[in-house]
Design a protein around this ligand. Structure first.
Ligand SMILES: [Zn+2]
Length: 563
């Protein structure tokens, strides 16, 4: 931080009239309000306001942001700056945590003193002391301090209205918005959720099978009598030593509704698992397994079990158990802990669906029931529908098919499929290449709009100078600036729109070229791997040993090509 302030006792503060604009006009930045840097001003002695604030918004940082810490930091800063020697220091404190200063009483007092010309300079630890959002900060800087000739220093943002170039302010405000506003809020909402889970609140919208949400207490589970009965039957069958497949078969034979069918019959949306056939959902070994493993049935709320694989992905992975949040005795248990543990014995060493690592993943399906076929790995890997073991409703066939047989069929099919896609993609690429004229006109449009913005920005500089020299009033200035800013904003929106069209064209071409290159490789494919299968194949339906149907993924390389 610079301390290049001219010491000039003859140049006192004159509230409501900006004085001594000795700096050159600067580019006054786009649609954002700005502050004029001044470099000559001095009162003797100056009155310096320290504003300290702590609030509920500060979340986990209460220790580092404590009033004492803020005060120490600000005082150290003042002591190390020669400009502030002999300054009279006045402290304004808002303690929103203890509640002793509600509604930012000290801040209002400070602003009042500023308006009355009692304050020459304000020092804060960082911009977020003023407020959590851009509007608060902007309002303070623009509408109060600039026009009242008050110096403003935000230590941790490296901002000093006397010495910082305007772009620094812009940067500081943007940083403030990003760091404190967005990320903090996201983090805070996760923290708040986790705290609720630890306190035994069940936050998922849908109650698990066997429970319903309590009408009286928010986020509390209470037994749903009918389904709770089914859950108890399942645990007692497991305690008798029945395997998950056997349990599923018994439930299906007795016509006990599966979670999906049950929820549908009650008019609730199903979230239990992917519904393949909504009219005839049935118990599978996998559904029974999941239910027997769920600690919700011994009265615990279990949260934080899953995480998304990537920010944009809907796919989830199970977190290690140490990361789970488990709140015991959160609600009425449906089974005793003893029975729960006994039931776990039938789930031990039991794999409930096929090995996830092999090249066909969950892609090989039975056309009758729609479920993934079970993969048996003894000798040569082979697939067989497991549904027949739990129900004969779908009339599934009992044939098995070797994995090598599927591979032998899939490779030539991929080649043929790639050939068709290639034709389509090459056609698309040719069209994109033809659209050069569009690209040029978009580029020209952007350039024109940019020039208009520069002209508007020059107008802002001009009215600033008029304000500084007293030709126009603050009111007229703010009015004009606001309408110019609106115009700039409209132009910027136009530019963004054109730029996006341009980007789409360019990206479309790059993507198309990439897809063409990839497809050409598939034409000479010799060996399958999991990535290729995932990229191209939606599912493989095995009608019988000799009749395999491949269903392709809808898009390829995001190009939307599909056959
Ligand atoms: Zn089947």
């Amino acid at each position: 931080m610079s301390s290049a302030v001219a010491r000039n006792a003859d140049n006192p503060v004159r509230p409501n009239k900006p004085a001594n604009f000795t700096n050159k006009p600067v580019n006054l930045g786009k649609a954002m309000n700005v502050i004029i840097a001044r470099n000559t001003y001095r009162t003797n002695p100056i009155t310096l306001a320290i504003y300290l604030r702590i609030s509920q918004d500060d979340g986990n940082n209460l220790e580092t942001l404590s009033i004492t810490n803020q005060r120490d930091l600000v005082k150290n800063f003042i002591a190390s700056h020669a400009d502030f020697t002999d300054a009279k220091i006045v402290e304004y404190v808002d303690d929103g945590i203890s509640g002793s200063h509600t509604d930012r009483e000290a801040y209002k007092r400070l602003m009042n003193d500023v308006e009355n010309g009692l304050i020459d300079c304000i020092v804060v630890k960082d911009l977020s002391r003023i407020g959590r959002n851009l509007i608060d900060v902007d309002d303070l800087l623009m509408n109060h301090l600039v026009t009242l000739n008050v110096r403003f220093v935000a230590i941790n943002n490296g901002y000093d209205s006397f010495s910082s170039p305007l772009s620094n302010l812009e940067l500081a405000v943007i940083n403030l918005a990003n760091q404190h506003y967005n990320r903090d809020l996201a983090q805070k909402s996760i923290t708040a959720r986790n705290t609720k889970s630890k306190n035994g609140e069940y936050l998922t919208t849908q109650a698990p099978f066997g429970y319903k949400k309590c009408d009286k207490v928010k986020n509390k589970l209470v037994p749903d009598d009918e389904a709770a009965g089914y859950v108890r039957i399942i645990f007692s069958l497991a305690c008798e030593g029945k395997k998950t497949t056997e349990i599923a078969k018994i439930l299906n034979t007795q016509g006990i509704p599966s979670p999906s069918v049950y929820k549908k019959s009650k008019g609730w949306a199903d979230v239990w698992h992917n519904v393949i056939d909504p009219d005839h959902c049935f118990w599978t070994s996998g559904v029974v397994y999941k239910l027997l493993k769920h600690e919700v049935y011994i009265g615990s709320v279990v949260a934080n079990r899953f995480k998304t694989i990537a920010p944009s992905s809907k796919r989830v992975a199970t977190r290690p158990r140490e990361e789970w949040i488990i709140a015991p005795n959160a609600h009425e248990a449906l089974v005793s802990e003893e029975d729960f543990n006994k039931a776990q014995l039938v789930t031990v060493k039991k794999r409930y669906h096929d090995e996830p690592g092999h090249i066909f993943g969950n892609k090989v399906k039975c056309p009758s029931c729609g479920h993934a076929m079970t993969r048996y790995t003894k000798n040569n890997p082979r697939f067989k529908c497991g549904t027949v073991k739990v129900t004969d409703h779908y009339g599934c066939k009992t044939h098995t098919i070797q994995q090598s047989e599927i591979e032998r069929n899939v490779i030539p099919a991929i080649k043929a499929h790639a050939d068709v896609l290639l034709d389509y993609e090459e056609m698309k690429l040719a069209q994109i290449k033809k659209s050069k004229a569009t690209t040029k006109s978009l580029e020209a449009k952007i350039a024109t709009e940019q020039k208009s913005i520069e002209a508007l920005e020059a107008q802002i500089t001009k009215i600033f100078t008029s304000l500084a020299s007293g030709k126009i009033t603050q009111e007229v200035f703010l009015q004009k600036k606001s309408s110019i800013n609106d115009a700039i904003e409209r132009k910027q929106l136009g530019i963004e729109k054109s730029a996006e069209q341009l980007r789409n064209l360019t990206e479309g071409r790059v993507r198309s070229e990439k897809v063409v290159a990839e497809l050409k490789q598939f034409l000479v494919l010799e060996k399958l791997d999991r990535d290729i299968v995932n990229l191209l194949v939606d599912k493989i339906l095995v009608h019988d040993e000799k009749d395999i149907e491949i269903v392709w993924c809808g898009g390829f390389g995001g190009s939307g090509a599909g056959v």
